[in-house]
Design a protein around this ligand. Structure first.
Ligand code: CA
Length: 233
């Protein structure tokens, strides 16, 4: 389980990031001050660091510079989160050793994709691009989905929806949570849109009399059935 440390002082953002990272199967630690994060990172290192620019105690830029000067954190993957979008600031951020950079407000699916891409590059052993359950296989890298070896063509939304559900088997997501996680936080779509796409996804992955990997939980939402792997193999 890859470990991600979030160093950010905006509490609602920390909660949103924690929620989404945990939903993807990461172990999450958080810290709201730059100086505390500095001490924490001397003790133990995560697999990836999400680092805010403006922090109490010590700025993200300074923390990043310190991390790069110590052998144990020299290569730690760092994604900077910042409100500053100007080119000069961007260059400065990357010059202090951040590996990537997102400008607030950013889309959560976009950030998750960057986290995955960076971990895959830096720590291929901790992230697998292949999600597997029973006879169903989803490759995050090639965007291919197969059921019993047969290739399934999904639209981009159905693909993200299946990926999102497959990363947390058994967990029930409300339509609102699915909208946030799959469509993005600041996109306005009606909650019934979720039902439409779940319907399309089911139609594409279930041909004939096969177990349905998606469970409808009345009054709650949808889940990837954690019994599915046993039922389908
Ligand atoms: Ca801040």
């Amino acid at each position: 389980m890859p470990k991600v440390l979030i160093v950010e002082d905006e509490e609602p953002l920390v909660m949103l990031l924690r929620y989404n990272l945990e939903a993807e199967g990461y172990k999450v630690e958080t810290c709201m001050r730059g100086d505390e994060a500095d001490l924490l990172l001397r003790e133990s290192q995560p697999d990836l660091l999400l680092l805010d620019w403006m922090l109490p105690g010590l700025s993200g830029i300074e923390l990043c510079r310190r991390l790069r000067s110590r052998p144990e954190t020299e290569r730690l993957p760092v994604i900077m989160l910042t409100a500053r979008g100007e080119e000069q600031e961007r260059i400065r951020g990357l010059a202090t050793g951040a590996d990537d950079y997102v400008v607030k407000p950013f889309s959560i699916p976009e950030l998750m994709a960057r986290v995955r891409a960076m971990l895959r590059r830096a720590k291929p052993e901790v992230v697998s691009s292949l999600l597997r359950a029973g006879d169903l296989e989803l490759d995050r890298e090639t965007h291919r989905v197969r059921r019993s070896g047969r290739e399934i063509h999904l639209g981009p939304t159905e693909f993200r929806l299946l990926e999102f559900l497959m990363t947390s088997p058994g967990r029930v997501f409300s339509r609102e949570q699915l909208l946030d996680g799959v469509w993005g936080h600041d996109v306005y779509v009606d909650e019934r849109t979720v039902d439409v796409h779940v319907g399309r996804l089911r139609k594409a992955i279930n041909r004939g009399k096969v177990p349905d990997p998606i469970r409808t939980v009345r009054g709650a939402g949808y889940a990837f059935n954690d019994q599915f792997a046993a039922a389908a193999s």
